[in-house]
Write a protein that binds this ligand. Structure first.
Ligand SMILES: *Cc1c(COP(=O)(O)O)cnc(C)c1O
Length: 229
Protein backbone atom coordinates (compact mmCIF):
# COMPACT_ATOMS: atom_id res chain seq x y z
CA UNK A 1 0.00 0.00 0.00
CA UNK A 2 1.17 3.51 -0.73
CA UNK A 3 1.12 6.31 1.83
CA UNK A 4 -1.84 7.85 -0.02
CA UNK A 5 -3.77 4.57 0.15
CA UNK A 6 -3.01 4.21 3.85
CA UNK A 7 -4.27 7.73 4.45
CA UNK A 8 -7.52 7.00 2.64
CA UNK A 9 -8.04 3.77 4.59
CA UNK A 10 -7.25 5.26 8.00
CA UNK A 11 -9.39 8.35 7.42
CA UNK A 12 -12.28 6.20 6.29
CA UNK A 13 -11.87 4.04 9.37
CA UNK A 14 -11.82 7.09 11.64
CA UNK A 15 -14.97 8.44 9.99
CA UNK A 16 -16.72 5.10 10.53
CA UNK A 17 -15.72 4.95 14.21
CA UNK A 18 -16.76 8.56 14.79
CA UNK A 19 -20.17 7.76 13.26
CA UNK A 20 -20.51 4.52 15.27
CA UNK A 21 -19.98 6.46 18.48
CA UNK A 22 -22.27 9.30 17.40
CA UNK A 23 -19.41 11.65 18.12
CA UNK A 24 -19.89 15.30 17.40
CA UNK A 25 -17.01 17.72 17.03
CA UNK A 26 -13.81 17.19 15.16
CA UNK A 27 -11.30 14.44 15.62
CA UNK A 28 -7.96 15.78 14.44
CA UNK A 29 -5.48 13.41 12.85
CA UNK A 30 -1.96 14.35 13.98
CA UNK A 31 0.42 12.46 11.72
CA UNK A 32 3.50 11.36 13.63
CA UNK A 33 6.54 11.52 11.38
CA UNK A 34 9.38 10.59 13.70
CA UNK A 35 12.00 8.44 11.97
CA UNK A 36 10.43 9.02 8.57
CA UNK A 37 12.28 10.42 5.59
CA UNK A 38 11.41 13.82 4.15
CA UNK A 39 10.21 11.96 1.04
CA UNK A 40 7.65 10.03 3.07
CA UNK A 41 6.49 13.23 4.75
CA UNK A 42 6.08 14.81 1.32
CA UNK A 43 3.84 11.92 0.29
CA UNK A 44 1.68 12.73 3.29
CA UNK A 45 1.69 16.42 2.39
CA UNK A 46 0.61 15.47 -1.15
CA UNK A 47 -2.61 14.00 0.29
CA UNK A 48 -3.43 17.41 1.72
CA UNK A 49 -2.44 16.55 5.28
CA UNK A 50 -1.13 19.58 7.18
CA UNK A 51 -1.16 18.56 10.86
CA UNK A 52 1.96 16.69 11.99
CA UNK A 53 3.58 15.58 15.21
CA UNK A 54 7.22 15.05 16.13
CA UNK A 55 8.78 13.66 19.26
CA UNK A 56 12.23 15.21 19.05
CA UNK A 57 13.06 18.87 18.52
CA UNK A 58 16.21 18.30 16.50
CA UNK A 59 14.64 15.76 14.16
CA UNK A 60 11.68 18.08 13.71
CA UNK A 61 14.01 20.90 12.70
CA UNK A 62 15.67 18.63 10.15
CA UNK A 63 12.33 17.50 8.75
CA UNK A 64 10.66 20.89 8.57
CA UNK A 65 13.43 23.41 7.92
CA UNK A 66 12.76 23.41 4.18
CA UNK A 67 9.25 21.95 4.05
CA UNK A 68 7.97 24.83 6.15
CA UNK A 69 8.93 27.28 3.43
CA UNK A 70 7.10 25.31 0.75
CA UNK A 71 3.78 24.45 2.38
CA UNK A 72 1.27 26.77 3.98
CA UNK A 73 -1.26 25.93 6.66
CA UNK A 74 1.06 23.60 8.55
CA UNK A 75 0.43 22.83 12.19
CA UNK A 76 3.27 21.12 14.05
CA UNK A 77 2.74 19.41 17.40
CA UNK A 78 5.48 18.39 19.79
CA UNK A 79 4.48 15.01 21.26
CA UNK A 80 7.76 13.91 22.87
CA UNK A 81 9.47 14.91 26.12
CA UNK A 82 11.02 18.38 26.06
CA UNK A 83 14.26 19.33 27.80
CA UNK A 84 14.30 22.88 29.10
CA UNK A 85 17.42 23.70 27.09
CA UNK A 86 15.43 22.95 23.91
CA UNK A 87 12.41 25.03 24.91
CA UNK A 88 13.53 28.05 22.92
CA UNK A 89 13.85 26.06 19.70
CA UNK A 90 10.59 24.25 20.39
CA UNK A 91 8.65 27.47 20.84
CA UNK A 92 10.11 28.83 17.62
CA UNK A 93 9.25 25.74 15.57
CA UNK A 94 6.07 24.18 16.94
CA UNK A 95 2.49 25.39 16.96
CA UNK A 96 1.24 23.17 19.79
CA UNK A 97 3.21 21.66 22.70
CA UNK A 98 1.47 18.50 23.91
CA UNK A 99 3.98 17.46 26.56
CA UNK A 100 4.05 20.05 29.34
CA UNK A 101 4.81 17.78 32.28
CA UNK A 102 6.69 19.55 35.10
CA UNK A 103 6.90 22.95 36.75
CA UNK A 104 10.41 23.78 35.55
CA UNK A 105 9.38 23.18 31.93
CA UNK A 106 6.16 25.18 32.33
CA UNK A 107 8.15 28.14 33.71
CA UNK A 108 10.73 27.93 30.93
CA UNK A 109 8.08 27.70 28.21
CA UNK A 110 6.32 30.68 29.72
CA UNK A 111 9.47 32.77 29.56
CA UNK A 112 10.24 31.70 25.97
CA UNK A 113 6.71 32.29 24.72
CA UNK A 114 6.76 35.73 26.27
CA UNK A 115 10.11 36.59 24.70
CA UNK A 116 9.16 35.26 21.28
CA UNK A 117 5.63 36.66 21.47
CA UNK A 118 4.23 33.23 20.64
CA UNK A 119 1.54 32.07 23.03
CA UNK A 120 1.16 28.48 21.85
CA UNK A 121 -1.71 26.24 22.89
CA UNK A 122 -0.35 23.55 25.23
CA UNK A 123 -1.51 20.19 26.54
CA UNK A 124 -0.44 18.70 29.85
CA UNK A 125 0.91 15.17 29.58
CA UNK A 126 -0.52 12.92 32.28
CA UNK A 127 1.29 9.75 33.31
CA UNK A 128 -1.94 7.79 33.76
CA UNK A 129 -0.07 4.54 34.41
CA UNK A 130 2.29 6.21 36.92
CA UNK A 131 5.20 4.55 35.15
CA UNK A 132 8.60 5.53 36.53
CA UNK A 133 10.26 5.62 33.11
CA UNK A 134 7.55 7.68 31.41
CA UNK A 135 7.16 11.42 31.52
CA UNK A 136 3.94 13.15 32.49
CA UNK A 137 2.50 14.58 35.66
CA UNK A 138 0.89 12.02 37.94
CA UNK A 139 -2.93 12.22 37.98
CA UNK A 140 -2.99 13.19 41.64
CA UNK A 141 -0.78 16.23 41.01
CA UNK A 142 -2.71 17.45 37.97
CA UNK A 143 -4.91 20.02 39.73
CA UNK A 144 -2.04 21.86 41.37
CA UNK A 145 0.12 21.65 38.26
CA UNK A 146 -2.66 22.98 36.04
CA UNK A 147 -3.16 25.91 38.38
CA UNK A 148 0.58 26.61 38.34
CA UNK A 149 0.64 26.51 34.52
CA UNK A 150 -2.37 28.78 34.10
CA UNK A 151 -2.14 31.22 36.99
CA UNK A 152 1.59 31.49 37.59
CA UNK A 153 3.00 30.78 34.13
CA UNK A 154 0.05 32.11 32.10
CA UNK A 155 0.28 29.21 29.68
CA UNK A 156 -2.67 28.53 27.41
CA UNK A 157 -3.55 24.98 28.45
CA UNK A 158 -6.25 23.57 26.17
CA UNK A 159 -6.07 19.83 26.84
CA UNK A 160 -4.48 16.68 28.19
CA UNK A 161 -2.36 14.00 26.55
CA UNK A 162 -1.45 10.46 27.62
CA UNK A 163 0.41 7.37 26.43
CA UNK A 164 -1.03 4.27 28.15
CA UNK A 165 1.36 1.58 29.42
CA UNK A 166 2.31 -0.83 26.65
CA UNK A 167 1.19 -3.96 28.45
CA UNK A 168 -2.22 -2.78 29.65
CA UNK A 169 -5.55 -2.39 27.88
CA UNK A 170 -5.75 1.32 27.07
CA UNK A 171 -9.44 1.90 27.88
CA UNK A 172 -8.85 2.48 31.57
CA UNK A 173 -6.27 5.17 30.79
CA UNK A 174 -8.38 6.86 28.13
CA UNK A 175 -11.37 6.99 30.44
CA UNK A 176 -9.21 8.46 33.20
CA UNK A 177 -7.90 11.15 30.88
CA UNK A 178 -11.42 11.97 29.73
CA UNK A 179 -12.61 12.30 33.31
CA UNK A 180 -9.66 14.51 34.28
CA UNK A 181 -10.23 16.78 31.27
CA UNK A 182 -13.92 17.04 32.07
CA UNK A 183 -13.24 17.85 35.73
CA UNK A 184 -10.86 20.63 34.77
CA UNK A 185 -12.91 21.95 31.90
CA UNK A 186 -10.29 21.24 29.24
CA UNK A 187 -11.62 20.51 25.78
CA UNK A 188 -8.81 18.67 24.02
CA UNK A 189 -7.82 15.05 24.56
CA UNK A 190 -4.75 13.73 22.75
CA UNK A 191 -4.86 9.96 22.96
CA UNK A 192 -4.94 7.02 20.58
CA UNK A 193 -2.15 5.74 18.34
CA UNK A 194 -2.09 3.24 15.45
CA UNK A 195 -3.06 0.26 17.59
CA UNK A 196 -5.69 1.81 19.82
CA UNK A 197 -7.32 4.80 18.12
CA UNK A 198 -10.69 3.11 17.92
CA UNK A 199 -10.86 2.85 21.72
CA UNK A 200 -9.57 6.40 22.08
CA UNK A 201 -12.29 7.82 19.84
CA UNK A 202 -14.84 5.97 21.95
CA UNK A 203 -13.50 7.74 25.03
CA UNK A 204 -13.65 11.16 23.45
CA UNK A 205 -10.23 11.71 21.84
CA UNK A 206 -10.02 14.99 19.93
CA UNK A 207 -6.46 14.42 18.68
CA UNK A 208 -5.20 11.05 17.41
CA UNK A 209 -1.44 10.59 17.08
CA UNK A 210 -0.86 8.10 14.29
CA UNK A 211 2.35 7.06 12.56
CA UNK A 212 2.76 3.38 11.72
CA UNK A 213 -0.74 2.86 10.30
CA UNK A 214 -0.02 5.58 7.74
CA UNK A 215 3.66 5.17 6.92
CA UNK A 216 4.25 1.52 7.73
CA UNK A 217 7.01 0.55 10.16
CA UNK A 218 9.81 2.88 11.11
CA UNK A 219 13.42 1.99 10.36
CA UNK A 220 15.81 1.11 13.19
CA UNK A 221 13.04 1.14 15.71
CA UNK A 222 14.84 0.09 18.84
CA UNK A 223 12.69 1.97 21.33
CA UNK A 224 9.43 0.66 20.04
CA UNK A 225 7.26 2.25 22.66
CA UNK A 226 7.46 6.02 22.88
CA UNK A 227 9.12 7.65 25.86
CA UNK A 228 10.45 4.57 27.53
CA UNK A 229 14.13 4.30 28.24
C1 LIG B 1 5.51 7.38 17.92
C2 LIG B 1 4.42 8.04 18.68
C3 LIG B 1 3.08 7.92 18.27
C4 LIG B 1 2.65 7.14 17.05
O1 LIG B 1 2.69 5.78 17.28
P1 LIG B 1 2.24 4.74 16.13
O2 LIG B 1 2.07 3.50 16.89
O3 LIG B 1 3.34 4.72 15.14
O4 LIG B 1 0.97 5.24 15.56
C5 LIG B 1 2.13 8.58 19.02
N1 LIG B 1 2.45 9.31 20.10
C6 LIG B 1 3.72 9.47 20.51
C7 LIG B 1 4.01 10.30 21.70
C8 LIG B 1 4.74 8.84 19.81
O5 LIG B 1 6.01 9.00 20.24
Amino acid sequence: MTVAENFRAVKKDIARIVADHCRTGDVELVVICKKQSVEMIEEALATGQRVFGENRVQEAQEHWEHLRLRYTGLQLHLVGPLQTNKAKDAVALFDVIQTVDRPKLAATLSKEMHEQRRLLPCFIQVNTGEEAQKSGISPIELSDFLEFCVKTCRLKITGLMCIPPLEEPPGFHFSMLQRLAHTHNLKHLSMGMSSDYEKAIGWGATHLRIGTALFGGREDEDDHHPQTS
